[in-house]
Structure formats: structure tokens, C-alpha cells
Design a binder for this molecule. Structure first.
Ligand SMILES: [Fe+2]
Length: 391
């Protein structure tokens, strides 16, 4: 009996913030900020988004309607640097802000979370690396995602680039879960196709890694599998019909559910290796994951074949009757074919990686917080082999 119900007996926590999902959710920014007691808002976004889309103005108007003053902070790079976080925190203090609204992709939201951590706790953002190391609660934070992948609007994760170490550090804590997310499919329509494909593959990687993670639970499994189903169906359609807000909404729902899963079940080797690689060469996070997830799935398959068979079933293949190594190869082939179908054709070599660089990626990947929940342990040689398979 105990054996049968073992997954219900393990201690597992599930944290999720309040969120509003649906067309026009962005217009609620002012009302939500007011509810959180905002007197002055630091509005974190990125300058490129501001130039090419009306979303920043929409959020500004919403804050204006609620009579909440704000100051813009737009100096956020695609891989947010620790120095940018510190600049944002300085502006937050100088301008006497007491709340943060983040409008952007994962980089913007993570930078905003970093600003919140430093504003509440002092010190330097890099001092907070690791799990559960944030003593004081952040100021109220409202997140409005503009991509369908990172899901930082619901997650306990912050990823910041450590400039000196040339790697990305992970900060994981319940304290960085935003107070609310406003998740608006209308915003996703302006994402360009390559970014759509990369952030979509990032979301698929979240779903797969959360599902097979050592820290998964019946509740995270539910969200993870549903995310695989939604993304597997929607991503190729979004690439074919980028203006279709219905498919964009399904993709965003998939990304959200993947976020609920991975925020609580944590991730695995693809993310650990993508953080190391993306930090070292300053590469796009989604693109790194898209290239690494296939070889990582093949490596992890023997650790939990039933779970991978469930994923295969959603993707339309029956892996049960195949020997383990053939099933692992087949699932990898399916995922890599999917990646190419959505337009990501590059290999690690195309991104400038070679065998010498791989040597330098191994140790940071093994030290990354996401490696601890990978379902199959990895030696330095295993990490090297998986990187080399993606060359
Ligand atoms: Fe990710």
C-alpha cells in the first residue's frame, strides 16, 4: 500500500502567485499596482520592446489612470548582468519607489526580481546565489510577460549573469515569486518568429525537465504533461500563423503551465548546461536549451522510462515496446525534428562552441542548482559527452 502511494507520501510544496490570464490583462497594471499600495513604481522593461510595440505605453496609461507615478528603467540586456540589477536598485532608492512593474521577457522579469532583492536586503545581487538565501521580502512586484517561455511571472527563479565568472547564477527562493502576473496573449503576437521558436523550446524544456525531475510531485506532473501537450500542438501552428492570437494564447498557456511545474519541481541537466554555456558565450537561453534538450533526454531516459513513455505518447509515439536505448534515441529524434520544424537549425558548433570551450563549461554546469534535480547523476565525462553530442 505504502509503495503504491509513495508519491503522495513525499513532502512536496507548491507555490504559485495570483495571476490573470487573458486578452487585455496588461490594462490591469494600474489597478493591481494600486492594490499593492504602490506610491511610485519602477517600471522595468527593455528599450527595443519600447521602440517596436505599444505595450509599454499601454502599461504607462494604466498606471496614469490609477494616478500612480512611475520611473522607467530600460537598461536590461538579453542576459541581465549583475551590474544592471545594481543600477536598477540604485534608481529604485533614488526615486523613492516602493513597487516594481516588469514588462518584458525572462531577462527583464529576472532583472526586476534582482532589483527587488537588493532593494529589500541591501548588499550585492551576487551575494544571494543559491537556494533560500533571501531573508527579507521584496517590494511588491507585478510581472507582465512579453514572451511565451521564461514563465518568470510565476517562478521562484532568478537567473543573472556573473560578469567575472562568465556564467549565469541561479537564485531560487519563494521570496522571488511575484505578487501577481498579468498574462496577456495579445502581447505575444508581436514576438518575432525566431524568438517565438526559441522561447517555445525553452518552455517545452521546462515541461520535460520538471516532469522527470527528482523533485516532481503529482501536482507538478499534471501541469508538466499538460504543458507538453499544449506546446507540442501550438508551437508549429504559431510559427505557421504568427498573427493568430488563438494559437499564441495556447502557447502562452503552455508556457504558464510549464512554469507552474518547473518553479516547484525545479529543472535538470539541459538547464544546468544551458546556463553554463549561455553565460560563457553570452548566448540566448532558449536557443541553448533547444539544442541541448534532445541529447539530455536520450541520456536521462534509462532513469525513468515510464515517464518518458508518457511524454512520447503525447508526442504521438509508442515507446513502450522498444528496448530502452532505441526508445531513448527515438524520443531524441522526435524532439530534434520538432526543433528543426519550428526553425531552429543550429548546432552548438554554429554558436561558436568547440571541444576546448566544452572543457570550460563542465564544472559550472555540474555546480548549477538545476543539476541537483536531474533524474540521472552526471559525471564530468557525462556532461562532456552530452555537450559533444550537440556539436
Ligand atoms: Fe528556461
Amino acid at each position: 500500500m505504502r509503495e503504491k502511494h509513495s508519491s503522495f507520501l513525499e513532502l512536496r510544496k507548491f507555490v504559485a502567485p495570483e495571476f490573470v490570464f487573458g486578452a487585455g490583462a496588461r490594462h490591469l497594471a494600474g489597478r493591481y499596482a494600486a492594490n499593492f499600495g504602490a506610491r511610485k513604481v519602477l517600471l522595468v522593461t527593455d528599450a527595443t520592446l519600447h521602440q517596436r510595440a505599444p505595450w509599454v505605453e499601454d502599461v504607462q496609461e494604466s498606471l496614469d489612470r490609477s494616478n500612480i507615478p512611475y520611473i522607467l528603467f530600460e537598461q536590461v540586456s538579453p542576459n541581465p548582468r549583475s551590474a544592471e540589477v545594481m543600477k536598477g536598485a540604485e534608481l529604485f532608492a533614488q526615486e523613492h519607489c516602493n513597487a516594481i512593474v516588469a514588462l518584458g521577457g525572462g531577462s527583464v522579469m529576472d532583472c526586476a526580481k534582482g532589483i527587488g532583492i537588493v532593494s529589500a536586503n541591501g548588499g550585492h545581487i551576487l551575494d544571494f546565489e543559491g537556494v533560500d538565501r533571501i531573508p527579507r521580502a521584496m517590494p511588491p512586484l507585478l510581472c507582465i510577460p512579453t514572451t511565451s517561455g521564461a514563465a518568470s511571472e510565476v517562478s521562484q527563479f532568478v537567473i543573472i549573469l556573473h560578469e567575472q565568472r562568465k556564467t549565469k547564477i541561479a537564485i531560487v527562493s519563494k521570496a522571488v515569486v511575484p505578487d501577481a502576473g498579468l498574462i496577456d496573449p495579445e502581447i505575444a503576437v508581436t514576438m518575432d518568429l525566431y524568438l517565438t521558436a526559441c522561447s517555445g523550446m525553452d518552455a517545452l524544456t521546462h515541461a520535460i525537465e520538471a516532469y522527470v525531475s527528482n523533485a516532481s510531485s503529482p501536482v507538478t506532473d499534471l501541469h508538466a504533461l499538460e504543458a507538453v501537450r499544449l506546446i507540442w500542438q501550438a508551437l508549429p501552428e504559431v510559427i505557421k500563423q504568427p498573427d493568430d492570437v488563438g494559437w499564441r494564447a495556447q502557447m502562452l498557456m503552455g508556457s504558464l503551465q510549464a512554469g507552474l511545474a518547473f518553479s516547484n519541481a525545479i529543472l535538470g541537466a539541459a538547464h544546468a548546461m544551458a546556463h553554463s554555456l549561455g553565460g560563457f558565450l553570452d548566448l540566448a537561453h532558449g536557443e541553448c536549451n533547444a539544442i541541448l534538450i534532445g541529447p539530455v533526454v536520450e541520456y536521462n531516459y534509462p532513469a525513468c522510462p515510464e515517464k518518458f513513455q508518457n511524454i512520447g505518447r503525447i508526442m504521438g509515439i509508442d515507446l513502450e515496446k522498444l528496448p530502452t536505448d532505441a526508445a531513448a534515441r527515438e524520443l531524441r529524434r522526435m524532439i530534434e525534428e520538432f526543433r528543426r520544424r519550428v526553425g531552429i537549425l543550429k548546432t552548438l558548433r554554429d554558436l561558436g562552441v568547440d571541444k576546448l570551450i566544452i572543457e570550460q563549461l563542465i564544472e559550472p554546469a555540474l555546480q548549477d542548482a538545476c543539476m541537483a534535480t536531474n533524474p540521472r547523476a552526471m559525471s564530468p565525462k557525462d556532461v562532456k559527452d552530452v555537450y559533444e553530442q550537440a556539436l
